[in-house]
Every structure is written in C-alpha cells, then in structure tokens.
Design a binder for this molecule. Structure first.
Ligand code: ATP
Ligand code: MG
Length: 670
C-alpha cells in the first residue's frame, strides 16, 4: 500500500479534531504496522478530482491557488512534480510549473484591486517611542514601484541578485517587494551580521546592487551599517567581485547624510533617486518555478547555505499558512517581532501577511527599550490582535516585573505565536496566562528556512493545545519520525523528524550547490527530507520538537539536546532563562604570550566570523589539551575542569600526557 499512502492526508479528514488526527497519523506514519484493521480505502482519482476537498496532489492546492492571480494557469497536468528519493535520481520539487504570476502583484495590486487600497498595509514604530509612520496599500505600491523602476533603470533584470542589508525600516519590505516585482532575486542579510558574513554572502550570490542605510539606532546604540557595508564591499573587491551600486537610505534619526562616508560613483542615496521615478511599474511575469529569493542560513559547518525559494508554491503556501495558523481576519492588526533578515520576516512579516491584505506592524527598535514594557505598550498603541514572537523574547521579558505587562491592557490580543526554538512549558504558560490573560491561543509554529512556511502548527480554533507542543502538521504536510536506520516509527516514539512528500513552500535547492542540497537534506534518510531536528510524538499524536540533532552534546555517552537541558533548567521555578553556553579551551601557537587583549580578539574572531550569539562565554588558556594516545581530546576532563569538579576527574592515566591536567587547573582563573 505504500505507494497509495500519501493520498490519505486528505483535507476532509484534517480539521476534525485531535483524536481523529492522531489516529490518522498512526495509520499514515506506521506503514510497517499495516494490518487489515488499518487497511486504507482510497477515493478514486475521478472522485478526488471533483471533490470539494481532496489530497494535496489532486485538487487541494490547486483550489487554493485559484485565489491568486496567475497571468497564465497551470493547465490540466499535475500541479506538482517531485522526486525526494536520492536513490531514484536527482532530487526535484516543482509546483505549478509552467504557470506564470508575480508575488508582488498578488500582494499589492490584487489587494488594491479588491478594494483595499486605502487600508493600512504597514504601521512602522521607530526605536524611539513616538517616532512612527504608516503606509496604505496604495502608498506602499507607489513606493515599491519607484524603487523597482530605479532598479530596472540601472540594469537589474529578471534573475539578477540584489543584496539587501537593512534594519527594520519600511524600506526593507519595500525593497523585497520591488525586487519581486521585476523578477530580481533578493537576498536579505540580517543587519546584525558582520562585514565578513556580509562579504561571504555577496561573494556567493554576486549581486548587481546592494541596498543598505547609513546607520540605525537599536535601543541606545547606533550601528553604522554603511561602514560595515563598505568594509564588506572592499573585502569583495579584494576577492575579485565588485558590486556596481550601493544604494543607501539616509536614516535620519540615526545619522545625517553629511557624516556618512561615501564612495563616489558607487554610492547613491535612496532619497535622491527614487522620488524621480514613476509610481507605477509594469510587472515582470515569472514562471511559478522562477527564483524569488535566496536566504543564507547560518550553516553550522562550513560556508553558509543559500536556501533558494521559488515563486508560485511559496506564494500559495505562505499565504495559506498565515491565514489558518493565525486565524487571520481582515480586521486584524498583526505584529511579528522577527527581523526580515530571517525567514520569519520573509514569510510572516512580508509575503504571507500582505498576500492576505493584512495590516502589518514593523518595529525598528529593541523590545527592552526604553524599558521592558515596550512590546505591550506597542500592542496597546496599535491595538495589535496577532502577536508573533520567539521563545527567547518571551523568556527575557518574563524575567522582568509583571507590572511591565499589566500596565498595558492588551485587550486587543487574540492569538499569540511562537517560533524559532522549542518553547519550554513554563515560558508557554507565562505567555498564555500573563500576556494573553489566559484567553489567547498560542500558535507554536515549527518550521525552517528550508520549509518556507509552517509545517507543524496549531490551528488555534480547531484543537486543544499542550504547552510546549507544536501539535499537528499543517494541511498536506506528512511528518514522520524515523530511527537511526531510517525506519519510520509509529505511535508514541521519538527519533529524527523527516518529511515525506513535498509541500508547495519547500526550498528547491541550495544556491549553486544542488549536491550539497541532496547530501545535507535527502541522503541521511533516503526517501525523505531530513529536517535535522529531533522530535517525539506522544500518545495523543502531538509533536514535541527537541531541537537540532547536531546541537546534541554527548555527556558520558548520553546524547542530550541543548534545548532539553535548557528547558529543564527553565522549568525550575526560580529560573527565567538558560543557555547552555560555550566554554572554550584555547591553545596558542608556541611562544605567543597569553594576554587579555588576545582573549578579546579571539572572542572578536568568533563574533565577526559567525556572529555575536556564538561568542564564547569563557576562554580558558590551555598550553596543552588532554588527549588520548590516539589523539582524541578527552572532553570529559575538560568539562570537569570547567565546572571545577576537580575531585571527579576520574582516571587520567590513559592520557598521552597526564601533566597537562595540572597545567590546566593552574590556569583556571587566569
Ligand atoms: P542553521 O540551519 O543555519 O543552523 P537554523 O536552523 O537556526 O540555522 P532556521 O531555519 O531559522 O535556522 O530555524 C529553524 C530551526 O529552528 C528548526 O530546525 C528548529 O530547530 C527550530 N525551531 C523553529 N521553530 C520551532 C518551534 N516552534 N519549536 C521547536 N523548534 C523550532
Ligand atoms: Mg536549520
């Protein structure tokens, strides 16, 4: 029956409540359990093709896709072509291929066309309270068109890359939509990344233009983005890549034009050029499978991975997931605290919400500035109804006095959302009880840069939640849990989370490296997309994400996810947040003296190559490391030294040179 199993995930069966779903999952997931009582009886293709609701491969996604504007339709053929099985050849995922559309047109012109031109598309709240702005759908379209016309004028064409290095100004979504309008492929680089990270991304995708701003204020700090861009562009020139234009937005509240360093001939002020262009701009119709954007994930090993998303499937998927996972209504005011530098800001600040004609709030500042109540003040100011954030923000605000929350009424709130890592049950409860006054469901959305949109998520009105569980798969998504050998495990279990069969929002390749795409995601468990995450499923069929399997530390032979340790710590009534941090033992080149400056420059090296979040918390000088005779570092001993459990060092006689242990202990507080 395995060939038929995928037909089972039919929409008709999905929204009918948790109990039913878990039964369905047990059947779908537990192929190996197939027995007579689990026999699946499928609708005929003839029946499916005319049914109101049918399986993803049949009518379901094409019915939804009809809500959008397509210049040319996808005809009568199958809407999806896919091979996820490396054993059967190249991995390929294509949705609506041959159809043409434009996502900017669907997000703006289509919304205006249905009569919402004067509705607010964007509310913008600056770093300083009281500094704000807004744009209607009409105004947003005009700004997008002016920039699109400028980009076309300087020679940006369909398929060209454009790097966007901007903070959360309105100009960031404007720039994304302008690229999409002309078929250019945007690659947004988070404005917290270093010059080196920016350069690496520019070198990989070779844009014609980079769009940045001179500086930004975040909390009390000013960050000089133009200086960072300059350094990155110089680094690129040194590597033989020169970017023709650096379009720079003058962010007056942070820095004046005059103070900005300038490279004549390359640098152009945004405000000098865009007003000169027409406020309408013809749309570039693109194939559903033409590239929409590249977004680099951090890439825990080696060079960052350029995750490539295409147009048609991504459009349909982000819009639909947004609508159902947040129970979106036209009267909603939606605020997602994520930066557009991450996937969440692509799918759920920009595309998903605008495709629904939503009013979206964009916040430039920091959640604890000027104080820890800023978020809730903003919720009241704009009457935010849907608030989507990350567990780390919840945990950091939960540490503060409750009055910061309760001084705001928050009565507009309807649905809360969480993304980015597992939300530990105690943070979930605080979010639910304190922020949401125990009346707003929480959509704990599990998904990835690679998946484009939500994969496992509550449908807030449809089924009961469990604090800390992302609950059930979205329409048509087929998660499976496999063991080390890649066998699907049924029922209550835990293992590696994989996805069987594609969904419209899936990424299509890693830019310029399809082989790495296959190796990283499809080879570990042939036949499946491997998410890299661990997951368990409880007796009711609820999914519990346990974090990345490579974030696993091996403690005395037990594999433990850092997320699990953090969650256990945070479950302590007196602990607000925990991070299992980085403690580095560092050996210097012979003869180099140890110094405080060196310690700082080592930390800086990590910050600039990876980012501030990865900076080691502690550097411990290590003239030598405890190694076995075969050269393996004995981390067990290092951990004991780091935690000062010196009487638990255990047997050190097997070390190649046991005297290094005494040396390290002597240097503990140096
Ligand atoms: P990289 O892949 O480059 O190392 P990353 O995985 O952190 O970076 P993202 O794609 O932004 O980059 O994050 C996706 C990951 O975040 C998921 O694989 C998962 O580990 C975690 N995650 C996201 N949402 C949730 C959630 N609701 N519950 C649990 N984990 C989540
Ligand atoms: Mg990842």
């Amino acid at each position: 029956t395995s060939g038929h199993l995928r037909h089972v995930e039919s929409m008709a069966q999905l929204p009918s409540g948790a109990g039913r779903i878990s039964h369905l999952n047990a059947v779908v997931l537990g192929e190996s359990l197939a027995s007579e009582e689990h026999d699946l009886v499928f609708p005929s293709p003839e029946f499916s093709s005319q049914a109101l609701l049918s399986s993803p491969e049949h009518g379901f996604w094409s019915e939804i896709a009809k809500e959008f504007y397509w210049k040319k339709g996808w005809g009568d053929g199958p809407i999806v072509e896919q091979n996820l099985d490396v054993r059967k050849g190249t991995v390929k995922i294509e949705w609506f291929k041959g159809a043409t559309t434009n996502i900017c047109y669907n997000a703006l012109d289509r919304i205006i066309g249905r009569g919402d031109g004067n509705k607010i598309a964007l509310y913008w709240e600056g770093n300083e309270p009281g500094h704000d702005a807004k744009l209607t759908y009409n105004e947003l379209l005009e700004k997008v068109c002016q920039l699109a016309n400028y980009l076309k004028d300087i020679g940006v064409k369909k398929g060209d890359a454009v790097v966007i290095y901007l903070p959360m100004l309105m100009e960031l979504p404007i720039a994304m939509l302008a690229c999409a309008r002309i078929g250019a492929v945007h690659s947004v680089v988070f404005a917290g990344f270093s010059a080196e990270s920016l350069a690496q991304r520019i070198l990989d995708c070779r844009p014609k233009v980079i769009i940045t701003c001179n500086a930004v204020r975040r909390g009390p700090k000013v960050i000089h983005l133009k200086d960072i861009s300059d350094a990155a562009l110089l680094e690129c020139v040194n590597n033989g890549v020169s970017v023709g234009v650096c379009l720079t937005y003058e962010n007056q509240s942070a820095m004046k034009k005059e103070a900005t360093k300038w490279v004549e001939g390359r640098d152009i002020w945004w405000q000098d050029v865009t007003p000169k262009y027409p406020t309408t701009c013809a749309v570039e119709w693109v194939d559903a499978e033409d590239s929409l954007f590249l977004l680099y994930t951090s890439g825990s090993t080696g060079k960052p991975k350029g995750v490539l998303h295409t147009t048609g499937g991504y459009m349909v998927y982000t819009a639909t997931t947004f609508k159902y996972a947040f129970d979106y209504k036209p009267s909603d005011i939606y605020w997602c605290t994520a930066d557009c530098g991450w996937i969440t800001g692509h799918s759920y600040v920009t595309y998903g919400p605008f495709l629904n004609g939503a009013s979206v709030l964009v916040f430039e500042g920091a959640p604890n500035y000027p104080d820890a109540g800023r978020c809730w003040d903003i919720v009241d100011k704009y009457k935010v109804t849907l608030f989507y954030t990350a567990p780390t923000l919840v945990r950091s605000l939960m540490r503060e006095k409750t009055e910061y929350v309760t001084r705001a009424s928050r009565k507009s709130l309807r649905v809360l959302g969480s993304v980015g890592e597992p939300i530990n049950p105690s943070a979930w409860r605080w979010f639910f009880n304190v922020v949401g006054d125990s009346r707003c469901p929480i959509s704990d959305t599990w998904w990835q840069t690679e998946t484009g949109g939500f994969m496992i998520t509550p449908l807030p009105g449809a089924w009961p939640q469990k604090p800390g569980s992302a609950t059930f798969p979205f329409f048509g998504v087929q998660p499976v849990i496999v063991d080390e050998k890649g066998n699907e495990i049924g029922g209550e279990c835990s293992g590696y989370l994989c996805i069987k069969s594609s969904w419209p929002g899936a990424f299509r390749t890693l830019y310029g490296d399809h082989e790495r795409y296959e190796t990283t995601y499809f080879k570990p468990f042939p036949g499946y997309y491997f998410t890299g995450d661990g997951c368990s499923r409880d007796g009711d069929g609820y999914h519990w994400l346990t974090g990345r399997v490579d974030d696993v530390i091996n403690v005395s032979g037990h594999r433990i996810g850092t997320a699990e340790v953090e969650s256990a710590l945070v479950s302590h009534p007196q602990c607000a947040e925990a991070a299992v941090g980085i403690y580095a033992f560092v050996t210097l080149i012979d003869g180099v003296p140890y110094s405080q400056e060196l310690r700082q420059s080592l930390v800086l090296a990590v910050r600039s190559q990876i980012g501030a979040f990865a900076a080691p918390d502690k550097i411990h000088w290590a003239p030598g490391l405890p190694k076995t005779r075969s050269g393996k570092i004995m981390r067990r001993i290092l951990r004991k030294i780091a935690s000062r459990q010196l009487d638990e060092l255990g047997d050190i006689s097997t070390l190649a040179d046991p005297s290094v242990v005494d040396q390290l202990i002597a240097l503990t507080d140096s």
